[in-house]
Design a protein around this ligand. Structure first.
Ligand SMILES: NC(=O)c1ccc[n+]([C@@H]2O[C@H](COP(=O)([O-])OP(=O)(O)OC[C@H]3O[C@@H](n4cnc5c(N)ncnc54)[C@H](OP(=O)(O)O)[C@@H]3O)[C@@H](O)[C@H]2O)c1
Length: 248
C-alpha cells in the first residue's frame, strides 16, 4: 500500500501512535526516521524497529532541530522524503484560573509550533508526490473542561492542514489531518489518568473501548499511501464513532 522503500519521517516516533505508525510503515517495506527528545526512549524504539529505522534526537518545536532532522534523514538513507507525519504532541490539564501564561504557551508551542516547524523544514527535502499527515484530535471540535489549551491547539492543527494543502496542492504535496478520539497510549500517564479511568471513559465511546495505537497507525498509513491520492485538506476521524454518533 505504501510506496516500497518510501522514506517517512515520524516526529514523536518513540511512543504511542508515532511508534505504532513507524512500526506499520516498516512492516510495509518503508524506511522510517523517528524523532523525539528523550534519547534513551528513542534508541530503544529504533532498536525495536530494526535496520530500516533511523533515530534523531530532536525537539519538534525547534526549527534548528527540524532542519537537522531532515538533513540527517536524507543523508542516512540517500533519498528524498516521501511522507511526513507531524505527530509529536503533549497534553496538559490547563484549568483557566490556575494556568500560567508559560503553561498555556508550552502546549501551543509544542502542538502547533512544532507542527509548523516540522512541515516548514521538510519542504526542501520532499520527493514528489509527497504526503504530509498532521495528527490532530477529536478535541479540535469539542470543548473540554480543563483542556482549553489542548483543544485550541488541535483546532489549529486541523486548520493548518487545510491551509498547507491549499498552498502545496500545485506542488504535488498532499496534506491531511487525522483526528483520533481516545487511544490507549502513554500520553495519559503524563496527565495522571489511570487505565481504570480510561476504561471508564469507554462508556461514552460508541465502540465502548479506546483505540489501539495500531488502529490509528492504519489510518495514517492510508493517508500516507497512494490509496488516498485524491484526498487533500481533509480531516479523518478515527474515534470509534465519537464525533459522528449522538450519545442519545
Ligand atoms: N492518545 C490519544 O488518545 C490521542 C488522541 C488524540 C490525539 N492524540 C495525539 O496523538 C499524538 C501522539 O500522542 P500519543 O498518544 O501517541 O502520545 P505519547 O505516547 O505520549 O507520545 C508522544 C510522542 O511525542 C514525543 N514528543 C513530545 N513532545 C515533543 C517535542 N517537543 N519534540 C519531539 N517529540 C516530542 C514524545 O517523545 P519525547 O517525550 O521523548 O519527546 C513521544 O514520542 C499527539 O499529537 C496527541 O496529541 C492522541
Amino acid at each position: 500500500m505504501l510506496l516500497k522503500r518510501a522514506l517517512a519521517v515520524v516526529t514523536g516516533g518513540s511512543s504511542g501512535i508515532g511508534f505504532a505508525t513507524a512500526e506499520r510503515f516498516v512492516s510495509e517495506g518503508a524506511r522510517v526516521v523517528i524523532s523525539g527528545r528523550n534519547a534513551d526512549k528513542l534508541a530503544q524504539a529504533a532498536k525495536k524497529l530494526g535496520e530500516n529505522a533511523w533515530a534523531v534526537v530532536a525537539d519538534a518545536a525547534s526549527p534548528k532541530d527540524m532542519q537537522r532532522l531532515y538533513e540527517s534523514a536524507v543523508g542516512h538513507f540517500q533519498c528524498d522524503v516521501n511522507v511526513v507525519v507531524a505527530n509529536a504532541g503533549i497534553s496538559r490539564q490547563t484549568p483557566v484560573r490556575e494556568t500560567s501564561w508559560e503553561q498555556f504557551s508550552d502546549v501551543l508551542n509544542v502542538n502547533v509550533g512544532a507542527v509548523y516547524a516540522t512541515v516548514r523544514a521538510s519542504l526542501p527535502f520532499l520527493a514528489r508526490p509527497a504526503s504530509i499527515i498532521l495528527v490532530a484530535s477529536l478535541a479540535a471540535n469539542q470543548g473540554t473542561k480543563h483542556f482549553s489549551a489542548y483543544c485550541a491547539s488541535k483546532a489549529a492543527v486541523v486548520s493548518l492542514a487545510k491551509s498547507f494543502a491549499a498552498e502545496f496542492v500545485e506542488h504535488d504535496i498532499r496534506v491531511n489531518s487525522i483526528s483520533p478520539g481516545v487511544a490507549d497510549t502513554p500520553i495519559f500517564d503524563t496527565l495522571g489518568i489511570s487505565n481504570a479511568q480510561l476504561l471508564q471513559w469507554s462508556n461514552v465511546i460508541p465502540m465502548k473501548r479506546p483505540a489501539r495505537p495500531d488502529e490509528i497507525a492504519a489510518a495514517i498509513l492510508f493517508l500516507a499511501s497512494d490509496a488516498s491520492r485524491y484526498m487533500t485538506g481533509a480531516d479523518l476521524a478515527v474515534d470509534g464513532g465519537m464525533s459522528g454518533i449522538s450519545p442519545f
